[in-house]
Ligand binder design. Sequence first.
Ligand code: SAM
Length: 366
Amino acid sequence: MPSERRPTLYYIHTIPGIEGVARDELATLLGVFVLEGFKTVPDRNGMVVFSTTEDARRLMDLRLAEDVFVLLARVPDIPWGWEGLAVLRERLPRALALNHGLNVLRSVRAIRPDGPLTFRTIARVAGSGQPYRRADLVDVVSKAVRGRSRQQWKSVPSGEQVEIWANLLGRELVVGLRLSDESMRHRSYQKVHLPASLRPSVAAALVQLTQPGNSDVFLDPMCGTGTILIERGLACRHGLLIGGDIDGAAIAAAVENVGPRHRPRELMLWDARRLPLADGTVDRVASNLPFGRQLGTPRELPALYLALAGELERVLKPGGKAVLLTSEIGTLRDAIDQCPRLRLGRHYPINILGQGATIQILDRRH
Ligand SMILES: C[S@@+](CC[C@H](N)C(=O)[O-])C[C@H]1O[C@@H](n2cnc3c(N)ncnc32)[C@H](O)[C@@H]1O
């Protein structure tokens, strides 16, 4: 039945570069979903702005989002410089949908009803360098919130109940109230971390790009601590999960992190250059490949990628798919060029904590 509720505007943060993949997850998860646009805070976040009539609690199930916000205000056409701050001082208080935002937040988690609500403002500025500091923007936004709430909301430097995020993106200010907490970014299954552990939202994006099916034999040939395998296990049912790594400590961590769930699954100590798997037995592969700086000698990388590509070409079923993450995309493509039964598909440049990398899709020809 169509819902009678009015749509609410939200936005999510993603790793820059996976906004479009996150949009697809939103469209699949939510029955009613209208995309309002994509935004970027360079090197920090991609943003997907959307509206839906669905219950906000559903958004907590998103796997590609790093954080979820209910939108409190959008102020367009802000002049550059100090004049812009003056315009915000005037226009922002009226634009803030504070009570609506708080009601949405209360539907997601409990907020103590007693006393003034405490908040902290976080500001991000993207685009042409502004003459004022971020602290000046924080000040304007905090004052607007206090005024709009008739001093019922109190700004504090730490220990806040809620976070207000102010994103100045070129000439537009987007203000949101954070609905999610740390647990969205750092999943509870991550018991053991190693330095090269992948961010779960990126692992979830790799998995989604494999277009998983319920009976898939799924492989991560360089599984590290097992993040991708776990995200695959959580995505939908599977036939078999297979993971391996050359490093015993990584496999021990993967065994600990995967725990007793996601059966049937096999975790093995192996060299991905010689996989102990029969030809044409794997439906889907996703992997975060070792990058140059993670290897003792970067010169080894072309040979490693070439051997891995040959093994993927061999073990994938015709029509199978591999989704690989690397910062050495040229080296990977050179390796794929040597594999006539693999075809390069779409790729997604992304940015993880300031480092550029590429998600490359490969198709095993029929
Ligand atoms: C970027 S890390 C993967 C991190 C993993 N996605 C995670 O979240 O923990 C690359 C992994 O490749 C492994 N590796 C390097 N060379 C390998 C090889 N020849 N065979 C199997 N694994 C290898 C490393 O031990 C490392 O765990």
